[in-house]
Design a binder for this molecule. Structure first.
Ligand SMILES: [Zn+2]
Length: 215
């Protein structure tokens, strides 16, 4: 079983990928990591990719798909994968489809985790964490029981990630829309796209995903 997860930053994609991994034994395949591995292992494909990156180009679609092909035939990956961050373009989606066909495999489900921008804003701009024990909090959803005191360890130094600003999130969401929107009709056309409501609690989102998969 092969699954593509699509969702904006803050949609809980990482959590749901973890759920799929633990529940169905799928392998979470990060194409960014795969690319870094191929480059550091200096494989033929990795060297080609490095040349492109060094000369300021994007790694070509067919090269990404070839790497994915080499990864998917490894024994660990035979049970199925969760793809996230790939494909990003219709051309990549078409290449991926052709490659899978040759391996006698297919994309079984494309799950889009939908969350309103206002919710994503609160999730991301509101989050902070304990500087001591790293416990997570949120201005809108989860403040410490006692003001400015960590529930877990009692410390009072809280931190925020500099990237969690409204401005950065807006830029990331815009990029996400531009990259993702074109591939949605492609998978709708193949009858494999399903939406889940990512504004619900994560256990409920997992339940919806399980329902889609087990249908
Ligand atoms: Zn703490």
């Amino acid at each position: 079983m092969n699954i593509i997860l699509i969702g904006p930053p803050g949609s809980g994609k990482g959590t749901q990928a973890e759920f799929l991994k633990n529940t169905y034994g799928l392998v979470h395949l990060s194409t960014g990591q795969m690319l870094r591995d191929e480059i550091s292992e200096e494989t033929v494909l990795g060297q080609k990719a490095k040349e492109m990156i060094d000369s300021g180009q994007l790694v070509a679609d067919d090269l990404m798909v070839s790497m994915l092909n080499d990864t998917l035939v490894k024994p660990d990956y035979r049970v199925g994968v969760i793809l996230d961050g790939f494909p990003r373009t219709v051309k990549q989606a078409v290449c991926l489809d052709e490659m899978l066909k040759e391996l006698d495999r297919t994309i079984d489900h494309v799950i889009q985790i939908k969350v309103d921008e206002s919710v994503l804003m609160k999730r991301i701009t509101g989050r902070f964490y304990c500087g001591q024990c790293k416990a997570n909090y949120n201005d809108f959803f989860k403040l410490p029981d006692e003001k400015d005191v960590c529930d877990i360890c009692g410390a009072s130094d809280f931190l925020r990630r500099p990237d969690d600003s409204a401005e950065t999130l807006k830029t990331r969401l815009k990029k996400y829309q531009e990259e993702t929107q074109p591939i949605i009709p492609f998978y709708i056309g193949k009858g494999v796209l399903k939406d889940v409501d990512g504004s619900l609690p994560m256990e409920e989102v997992s339940r919806q995903i399980a329902e889609i998969i087990e249908k």
